[in-house]
Design a binder for this molecule. Structure first.
Ligand code: CTP
Ligand code: CA
Length: 227
């Protein structure tokens, strides 16, 4: 009860959020993954719901609990994530915070790959579908506001601006994921937001605070002032 008593500025809006890593199977016991914890995406889903939005969260494998008041769908691979996202349309807002594996094994072995005394096996990879780009180009079903993240280790603002163009999304939240930054899996984030007006630097803060700031900016974009 008390949890939902905050001003519900986003009520009546539908949102889709992706979060976490994906796992791409190599064989029945092995997979390709990454260090994403899902903390930022889950925090965003929770905050949008708290502000009254109807939220679908499509989550890769994480150790976090499902956020309260959020319809959470659990997937493993990028292809499953894409399918779940397309099934959640239409929405007003899509936020892609997942660290989707760029590649998967081109062939998933049906049996556990064994050491057979010869050369180690060569992993052949192929590219996964780009969920953010697909949502940005979903025609009549395109969400009115599509937001992506950009994980960069150098020239952060420049690379993120190029990524925004490439993906066709409206806003990009760029963050520094270099090893020194401690962002991946850590509690904090330092964001540079890029939209069609330019760039906005947000101070380093907790992932919850980033979620609040983003929710406020979304409310503004939909002309939902504080009541
Ligand atoms: N993304 C996605 N599907 C993919 C890859 C990325 O939806 N297959 C989304 C991420 O959720 C994020 C944005 O695209 O919102 C940018 O992800 P990022 O990994 O930074 O960019 P890539 O385009 O994959 O480029 P690269 O990793 O080579 O920098
Ligand atoms: Ca990537």
């Amino acid at each position: 009860e008390a949890y939902f008593s905050a001003s519900r500025r986003l009520s009546g809006l539908r949102a889709l959020v992706t979060s976490g890593p994906t796992h791409e199977a190599i064989d029945p016991v092995r997979y390709i993954a990454n260090r994403s914890s899902g903390r930022q995406g889950h925090a965003i889903a929770a905050e949008l719901a708290r502000q009254g939005a109807e939220v679908t969260l499509v989550s890769g494998p994480v150790t976090l609990p499902d956020p309260p008041g959020v319809n959470t769908l659990h997937v493993n691979s990028a292809r499953e994530m894409l399918q779940a996202c397309e099934g959640a349309l239409p929405v007003d807002i899509a936020i892609c915070a997942a660290a989707v594996s760029d590649w998967r094994a081109s062939e998933e072995a049906g049996q556990k790959i064994k050491k057979d005394g010869k050369e180690p096996p060569a992993l052949k990879l192929c590219e996964n579908p780009d969920i953010l780009a697909r949502l940005s180009a979903s025609g009549a079903k395109r969400p009115r506001l599509v937001i992506g993240f950009a994980a960069e280790t150098s020239d952060i603002a420049e690379q993120a601006a190029a990524k925004r163009q490439r993906k066709g999304c409206d806003w990009i939240l760029a963050n520094d994921v270099s090893a020194e930054s401690g962002t991946f899996g850590g509690p904090d984030n330092r964001i540079i937001l890029i939209d069609d007006q330019g760039q906005e630097d947000w101070p380093r803060s907790s992932k919850d605070a980033v979620a609040q700031r983003l929710a406020a900016r979304i409310a503004q974009a939909f002309d939902r002032p504080h009541r």
